[in-house]
Each structure stands twice: as C-alpha cells, then as structure tokens.
Design a protein around this ligand. Structure first.
Ligand code: SF4
Length: 169
C-alpha cells in the first residue's frame, strides 16, 4: 500500500497513563522507526500526523517541529493528535500561525472534555472517545460534542495501514 501519511511521534512521554495505550504494546511499537527529523523524506507524504505521547507535554519540541515542517514540508496537511489537557489559550494563538488542518482529541474519560479548552473554536476538531462512553458523553456535553465532531474508538484498534510511524530521535 502506498503510504501517504507520516505519523511523527515526537516522544513517548504523556501526562496520562492509559493502560491500553498503543505505544505500550509490542505489536504496535515494534513498527516504530527511529529517525532524526532531517533524515525524513517528506516528499513521499501528503499528511503529517503529529502525536506522542502527548505533544503538548514538551511544547518547545512541538513548536520546533512545526517550524521545521514549515520549511521542508509546507505541502503537507498537518494534523495534531492530543488528549487536549495541556493545551492553553496561549497555544491557540501560537498554533494559528501554522497551517494546521485539524486536531484529533482523544478522550479517555467521561469528564475529560470539561478540562479541555475550546480547541474546536479555533481549528477543525475531531473528538475520539471510547465506544463505551460515546452515548453518555454526547448526552452530557451536547454543547461540545455531537455526532458530527465526535467518533467512537475501539480498544486496541491502533493499526493505520496508510501511515509510516516515525519516532523522532
Ligand atoms: S493519552 Fe494517548 S498517548 Fe497518552 S497514555 Fe493515553 S493513549 Fe497513550
């Protein structure tokens, strides 16, 4: 399969410790390829998914990478994968400088959305929530979550056949 998407795993550190985290499972993390940013050939890709860990845990690294993407991969769509909890209002102002196509916010508990600033007011945002919490979350937070912007995720469905998984050195 022609892979049009690169998943850039900035680092594995995260502010949460989900026991089902794909990064902790050998069947998935054995597919990571470690590379320096400057060794990645971005001409092969149309999309860049920036993830971790939690990308906002070390914001200096995230912003460095975004600066470098502007230089060498301006043709790519940028998607940011985050649990949202460490994103502040000041980050929104900084991020609006970049050509970010969308945010993907992973929700791991029913109330997590109440602790996340309104990223969706600034960027296209898709919320992903455990399928078991999906209906309850939509009922509890109708002002933030709806069937258009929120999709259920299924435990251990981590494979993304169209992606190369690169862990930054
Ligand atoms: S928030 Fe995401 S990256 Fe962090 S531990 Fe949970 S599943 Fe893993």
């Amino acid at each position: 399969m022609n892979k049009d998407t690169i998943r850039l795993i900035l680092f594995l550190g995260c502010n949460l410790k989900c026991k089902y985290c794909c990064n902790e499972q050998t069947q998935f993390n054995s597919q990571f390829v470690e590379k320096y940013f400057e060794d990645i050939d971005f001409t092969k890709y149309s999309n860049i998914c920036i993830s971790g860990g939690e990308p906002f845990l070390y914001k200096n690294i995230l912003y460095d990478v975004l600066d470098n993407i502007e230089v060498v991969a301006a043709h790519c769509n940028i998607y940011i994968y985050s649990n949202g909890l460490l994103i502040g209002d000041s980050d929104m102002h900084i991020l609006e400088r970049y050509n970010i196509r969308a945010f993907n916010i992973g929700l791991h508990s029913l109330n997590q959305i109440s602790k996340i600033i309104a990223v969706e007011k600034h960027f296209n945002t898709r919320f992903m929530i455990n399928e078991k919490l999906y209906e309850k979350a939509l009922l509890k937070y109708p002002e933030r979550l709806n069937t258009e912007n929120t999709k259920p995720w299924i435990l251990n469905q981590c494979n993304r056949p169209n992606e190369d998984w690169i862990l930054l050195k």
